[in-house]
Write a protein that binds this ligand. Sequence first.
Ligand SMILES: [Zn+2]
Length: 867
Amino acid sequence: MIQKPVCPKINLRSSSLTLVFVVLLIGLGGCKSTAMLSADGSVEVDTLAVEEEIFWEPSDKLPYQASATRSMDLLHMDLDLRFDWKNQQVIGKAKLRLTPYFYPQKIVVLDAQDFEFGRVVRIHNGQLETLSYRYDNQEIQIYLPEEASVGDTVELEVNYVAFPERNSGEGSAAITDTKGLYFIDPMDTIPGKPTMLWTQGETEHSSKWFPTIDRPNERLTHDIWLTVPDSMVSISNGRMLKQESLGNGLRKDHWKMDLPHAPYLVAIAVGDFAKVTASHGDLPLGYYVKKGFEKGAAKVFASTPQMIGYFERTLGVPFPWQKYDQIVVRDFVSGAMENTTASIFMEELLLDEREALDSEWDYIIAHELFHQWFGDLVTAESWSNLTLNEAFANYSEYLWNAHRYGQDQADLKLVVEKEGYFAEAETDPKELIRFNYADAEDLFDAHSYNKGGLVLHMLRRQLGDAAFFKGLNLYLTKHAFQAVEAHDLRLAMEQVSGQDLNGFFNQWFFAKGHPELKIEVDYSKPENLLLRFSQVQDLDEFPVFQLPITVSWYEGTVRKTKTVQLTQAEQDIALENGNPISLVYVNEGQEILMKGNQVMSNAQYLQQFKESQLGVARYAALDSLVSREAAEELRVVLPLTLEDSFAAIRERGLSLLLAGDQLKESLAELEEKIYRLAEEDTNNKVRAGALEVLAEWNPSGYRGAFTRLARDPSYLVAGAALMGLARVADPAMELSWMETFERETNFRMSVGLAEYYLENKILGKGPWFEQTFSKLSGEGLYYFMGYYGSYYLEVEVTQKEKALRHLFTVLEYNTKDFLRLGAFQTLLGFVMEEGVLDKMVAIAEKEQSEDLQSYYSYYLELLKEEN
Ligand SMILES: [Zn+2]
């Protein structure tokens, strides 16, 4: 599974109003502490994390969570389902074949949450025997007439109705609900919203719609029959065997999954989807999306066949399943989920053909795909071991990045992952493998994902590529269709490499924390530098880390490296470098998970930026100079950023030029260079960033370019160009020409146009603002909302009532936390209006999310004090 980015990426920075909105966000504390640079250079912001007051409970006070005891082994399920769409119920008949795992059993215990049962029978020698049972709304205990021994097969038939809506409480940050099966607009009452249903099993929510042993160390095969409206498509695990028309507008589809997998990976989706087909060799691929988005889907998912090929070659294990479908659904509760052969994705991946030009979803596609091996073929035996699923999926994003977009891009992504982990570890350091926890959903965090991925990377660096990937091959083939724990991975790696890895696993998987190093270099003997390493992490809580660490330097353009082995809290190492050198780098490639403070001067960072061959190191040098406000060095470095081979550095350089007022004066001669980036760069983000700088520095000078580029195929570029036009002081532009953009549905264009209407105080655009507001959803609505509010506050001031009504509706009823947050923030602009504050207070009191609650009350308290 992958989490949804809570507050989407901010790519819009050019206009004053955008800045107002962004500043509003940041100024209110919403985004600041966890804002960070993503691998692609845009700002990724987690609006809510900052609100989480963490009162960390020591793990020894939390309950110990063992792997589930295997009493009965569920072998196979025949599941026949119908749906009562009106009442959001699942009418099911499940035939289950089980056998005692080892010890004789008299009772079969199945997870079945919020069911009502009909007949429960045993099928025995061709006879149906009604069985007695006890049921407590969570588990059904079925009493067998006689004890079953290992080798005996027990066949049960359970008739039931499941009520996914009952007792559907809050899930984790990763999964916002626990219904297991979701009916979306089931009676088709919401205009423009598709009617569909889909499932989300992880962690233990499959038992909301079929009776099972809902534990990750269980594994079953199954046949599923789905009775669905003729007009709809069904998707499930494995292969579709048969479709049979029932004649009454209904159809019965038979899906067969003949390879065993865990219950949480069982999935169905039913809806009016279009299917785009593709293949990788003989493997059928399907991309299911809303009708009309087929061409976009073909682009968004275009890398899938190459990804499968790349992962197969890397792992030496063919894609393990019958087919691979990727389904984009509405209102998904997470980012995406790796159901076996049927991954489900959030609607943010629904792009039209033009939007798909700038699609950035490869990472999430890689993540779910890699899970088909790590998670689905080989499965963590308990949630304590979740990182055995998520570390690999997380690391696949790095692998694909490096393969497809180059080493620099991959390395920067690793740094972003690291920052995400540090943000969490600072207040809440935990073991990667965690047996003590309150709720399984708590495991879906930056330890299991980010740290896990980073630890795998270090293991790879320690063992070397050949041993690491051969070890993965052994681990996958030896444990195929099995549940695993961390030691299975260790033993596979040990068997292949011949190294004892207890130390590595103990410090990284079973202990908390990471090394914090103080690094001093004595340059007094330039031919033999002396390096002093001090591990300054709290040694009462965290281990002294055993760490191979790369030291590197440059002799002219030749990069030299040496690996030194840290074993003690304080350690001096003579480098014996030979030729005299003036600067060394420790962990230049940032591959080690550590907080390292190499004492360096501004001049040394400048040298690092100039000479390092690693994009991530140049990026880090730039960042260090920025955080030190090293104006003199930045004046040298910023022009260089524009010529850097690494797009993220060009983009970062542009954003620094945009932000720094004084730079405009001293670096104005760069304008021509920036203009060339806007026109010619191969990266659309760089082009958009360049347009933003031009719009800030000299909007009137580029009116022609903005006008032309507003028609660029890339929405990133066109949206930035529209923003530029909005900044031209005397637009001398036919309003009717600008109005042609009202037809655009992409939010970047809507936001650019909104900015234009705002800057030029164009009256009478209320209907367009209303229409756009109602059409946008998700990320687009989030950004548009600020402009929407501003338009009624500053231009169409007589119609504030209408705007308030819509904003309050979002605040009160929208199902997405970040959109309710956006509405709240926009409404803050209206607090001087009669009754607004009171109404905000009233709605805030009913807010279900604790994060939002505390966020709201903080600002509402402040406002009440002021008034
Ligand atoms: Zn995942």
